[in-house]
Design a protein. Sequence first.
Length: 380
Amino acid sequence: MVTWWRSRTQAERFEFYTRASFYGYVVFAPLFIGSFVKVDIGLYPALTIAALTVVHTVVCFLLVRTGIGHYLGQQPRPVRLMVLGGVLTVVGVGAGFAVYPGQPDGPASAVLLVLAGCYIAALSTAIRPRWSVVAILLACGVAVAAGQGGVVIALGGMLAGVVFAYRSSLWMLGVVRELDRARHVQAGLAVAEERQRFARDLHDVVGRTLSVVSLKAELAAQLAKRGRTEAVDEMLEVRRIAQDSLAELRSIVGGYRAAGLATELAGARALLASAGITCRVVGEAADLPEPVQGALGWVVREGTTNLLRHSEARACTVTLRCLPGAVSLEMENDGAPPGPVPFGGGLIGLTERITALGGKVSATRPSAGMFRLSVELPLS
């Protein structure tokens, strides 16, 4: 149970708490009515009220569940459950008045309070607020007509409070779900923007080179047709351009293109902030050799991308420490999914690149829900 709870997002936890609160109030009905219904009124009347209460509770429970789904736009309006719940409420209240006749403010009033309260609370999840007000006034009118005028104020106040609590909780649930959906969209856009930036870099290198190669190859072909010796020189030039382009392409894919660590840290902070994640940077990136800054910049970029794609983080801390002859960088975030650390292609490729520079990479879970990416590189 603890593992399941920790694996839920904040939005899922809030929805679970809201649903549990709604269900708990509805399930309260049979417990309350059972506390004062005695067998001395007769076995069959007592069993009738008990059976009606249990069936009424089940219907209200289902009405709450489908009503929440309707409010969130996931299910149609539960019209049949609304009608069935209303009929059971009327029958149950009528049975209470029949079993306890001529007892103003007695057990019949309690039956009215409980059954009407549970039904109107469940009903409020599936109808507009103004119709909830109509239902409250109707319940108060029934109480007056049945000679239970002494409980009208208590009944009206209780129903108004319950309906307000249900509707406000539903509104908050809708807002939380929208915010969570927007957060996921922002994270997806941030990752897409990073991919687009990489694609632009790739296009700048490959597109320019292929254009030059195409022109020179065409020139070499024309020269060769005419038997000119300059065709050999042009083809050698094509080979040189292709080799230079291949080296530059490898530097992009392999992460060795010079990228200032300070620039990458600033970009990561802005990127995470756009996704609603607080990023704190501890330490300075100055006075580090350019190759080390480039490698650590790639670590920050890769770590940020993985954080956005694979976690529900709300906070991230990047710590930079200078060690004797080395430098370490740690990225730690919350919201990590449960289970072992998945070593996917990103972490494997990052490990290979850092190891080639004499460094080491570790990915651990220091505590439940936390993830830490640690990199240590020699300064030489």
